[in-house]
Design a protein around this ligand. Structure first.
Ligand SMILES: Nc1nc2c(ncn2[C@@H]2O[C@H](COP(=O)(O)OP(=O)(O)O)[C@@H](O)[C@H]2O)c(=O)[nH]1
Ligand SMILES: [Mg+2]
Length: 641
């Protein structure tokens, strides 16, 4: 029976998954809805039976449906006679205890609920989709549709984030080891909380969010210390459910098993008995889910070694200290973990919240991204067609979510670009009929989204910022010999190379102000070298500005972007030798080059070369006094004042 109107479709119960638990003797089960029957099979090596339905099964509210189970009896398979009748209306309207809405991106309406029925020893869990939700349960998306509406180019990040909106990580570790500190600094948040802000005991099941980072969701577990409110069975069950979830959004993308580095002299233990049990079963529980062993409070270990060496009056270098600490970790921790897990290759990293060790957060993030990229490849989740290095939506969102390793953002913005629009620049297919400005608009959006700044006012997507970028790229046409830039009064206080801003004086950008868009950008896209040059410059310039902005954001204590800090990044780049070098190189690309096939590779090299390669620029960005970056101002203060 076809359901067409909203009113009708809301009269349907939609079941996307069923799980039968504790049915130790249940060998298989069958769900009967109307005339259709669906088998529910036992999972390998477990007492759980489950089945996923994509598209979801539909049941009218009028008729009950039932689940029958088949059990071993007297050593033979026999109908047990267990028939569980389920009333769809009861499922839909059941008390809050039984409904656990789990928010999904982007709207709360796209959530599923869980309904539990306990009969005897058997628990049945139904996963229910909201009535009119389109089917998103397969994790599969159609190939990128060609933009069908003229004038509308769809950002590739929209498509990717629709497949996987948030990086979902589980962190396990005893209370006090430093999980919250680690998560906060890696993902640039204050504290992740349950959706409705009500805080309680750490519960692995409850997803934690932060408004400061919309591409991140955390599951926090205190491990297996006696007295904690989770136990091994809960954790196992949680991981099992997530592992087999058909929607990649709901799967666990990575697990960090965290341990405070044990300092022998202080009598620290590496782990509790419960964790040992968990590790013994690690292979079975976690399978190949990207899992990293994280040793926290590394500073306590190095301090302990330094203390000993100082007493011994030993001379040592930083490298010797790190290598001694690593030797200790291998002997004292990794060996034990290898014994317990039976796994030789243990991915691990020691981290600390002390700023001296901030590179280690970067390494942890890069290692996690690497493992995620290996695990979430198109065979696991049916994905967009692979291009080049086989990116996946999960790898992309992993890079987007983190806020310590700009190299990953750059790597992913290249991957995202190569999926479609970079090719469009050089073949013209997707861009024909659009203005240059429209084409740059969609590429700008993709690049900004991959950086995932906390930008609640949308400054980086604003027309003002886009106009400044067009003007910056427009300087490509400036006379080569014009080394010094036109300066306004404010600008005069900036020294060549090393930029000096003046606190509280509005920053004036070295471009002609006014809202008139640069003429070249208003023209229709055309696959000629001069236009392609502009695209390479735009992608490269924007990446540099955002890379600088990333560092400036880390320097500031406040996390939300301001116009001033964005302008500071533009000015620093615009006045740098780096920018001149980039532009000169782009200008130097010969016309023959644009006919060749390595234009995309060349663009990639431009984008990959970081601003930090320019020592002067690096110093001026990293050395800027935070006070210089504070204060509110307009994009064009000279005009408004
Ligand atoms: N020395 C040192 N202390 C840390 C480090 N990370 C966290 N802490 C401290 O350890 C305590 C517990 O940290 P928290 O992040 O709340 O741990 P959680 O219970 O695992 O979430 C806090 O007092 C932190 O300041 C670190 O890397 N080094
Ligand atoms: Mg905590």
């Amino acid at each position: 029976m076809p359901f067409t109107s909203m009113a009708e479709s809301s009269q349907i119960l939609r079941i996307s998954r069923i799980e039968v638990q504790n049915g130790d003797k249940v060998e298989y089960a069958q769900l009967t809805i109307g005339a259709s029957q669906h088998k529910v099979h036992k999972r390998q090596d477990s007492n759980i039976l489950s089945a996923e339905f994509s598209p979801p099964l539909e049941s009218s509210l009028e008729k009950s449906f039932h689940l029958s189970t088949t059990k071993w009896k007297f050593g033979a398979l026999k109908w047990s006679g267990d028939r569980i009748t389920i009333d769809p209306r009861e499922v839909l309207s059941n008390s809050e205890d039984h409904r656990k809405p789990i928010p999904r991106f982007p709207t709360p309406a796209e959530s599923w609920s869980e309904f539990r029925i306990v009969q005897g020893k058997v628990t049945v869990i139904l996963e229910i989709l909201p009535p009119s939700q389109p089917d998103t349960t397969t994790g599969a998306q159609p190939e990128l549709p060609a933009p069908s509406i003229p004038g509308l180019l769809i950002p590739t990040t929209d498509e990717l984030l629709r497949q996987c909106a948030r990086f979902r990580i589980l962190i396990i570790g005893k209370t006090g080891v430093g999980k919250t500190s680690l998560i906060n600094s890696t993902f640039g948040i204050d504290e992740a909380r349950p959706e409705h802000e009500k805080r309680g005991k750490a519960n692995i099941e409850i997803p934690l969010y932060s408004k400061l980072n919309e591409h991140f969701v955390l599951h926090d577990s205190n491990g297996f210390e006696p007295g904690e409110n989770t136990n091994l069975a809960d954790v196992k069950r949680f991981i099992e459910r997530r592992k087999t979830h058909s929607d990649v959004n709901e799967q666990l993308h990575a697990v960090w098993l965290s341990f405070q580095v044990p300092v022998e002299r202080l009598g620290h233990r590496l782990m509790e008995a419960g964790m040992e049990d968990f590790l013994r079963d690690k292979g079975e529980i976690l399978g190949d889910i990207p899992t990293i062993f994280v040793f926290t409070k590394y500073d306590m270990l190095t301090e302990d070694i330094e203390r000993r060496w100082v007493l011994e009056k030993k001379d040592y270098t930083e490298e010797q200290l790190d290598s001694e600490a690593d030797k200790y970790l291998k002997q004292r921790c990794i060996k034990r973990i290898q014994e317990l897990t039976g796994q030789n290759d243990i991915p691990y990293i020691a981290v600390s919240s002390k700023s001296r060790y901030k590179d280690r957060l970067k390494q942890l993030t890069e290692l996690t991204h690497e493992k995620v990229s290996e695990y979430f490849v198109p065979k696991n989740i049916r994905m967009l067609p692979k291009h080049g290095n086989g990116v996946s939506a999960v790898a992309t969102v992993t890079a987007i979510a983190q806020r310590v390793a700009p190299k990953l953002n750059i790597q992913e913005l290249i991957n995202v670009g190569k999926r479609r629009y970079w090719k469009a620049v050089f073949s013209g297919a997707d861009f024909s009929g659009h203005t240059i400005k429209d084409c740059l608009h969609v590429m700008h959006t993709d690049i900004v989204k991959v950086w995932n700044f906390y930008d609640p006012s949308g400054l980086l997507l604003s027309e003002d910022f886009r106009d400044f970028m067009l003007k910056l790229v427009g300087t490509l046409d400036e006379n080569n010999r014009q080394k010094t830039l036109p300066r306004s009064n404010t600008f005069g206080s900036m020294s060549e190379g090393g930029v000096l801003l003046v606190a509280l004086v509005p920053i004036v950008l070295p471009f002609i102000t006014g809202s008139a868009v640069i003429k070249w950008a208003r023209e229709t896209y055309n696959r000629v070298p001069e236009v392609q040059r502009k695209f390479i410059a735009y992608i490269t310039d924007l990446t540099h500005v955002l890379d600088i902005l990333f560092t400036l954001t880390a320097i500031r204590s406040k996390k939300d972007l301001t116009i001033r800090v964005i302008k500071a990044a533009i000015v620093m780049y615009q006045t740098s030798q780096r920018r001149r070098d980039v532009h000169n190189k782009i200008k130097g690309l010969t016309i023959a080059f644009f006919g060749g096939c390595d234009v995309i590779d060349e663009t990639e090299l431009f984008v990959k070369s970081r601003y930090i390669d320019d020592v002067d620029l690096k110093q001026s960005v990293e050395g800027i006094p935070p006070a210089e970056l504070e204060g509110e101002e307009d994009w064009n203060p000279s005009q408004s004042g």
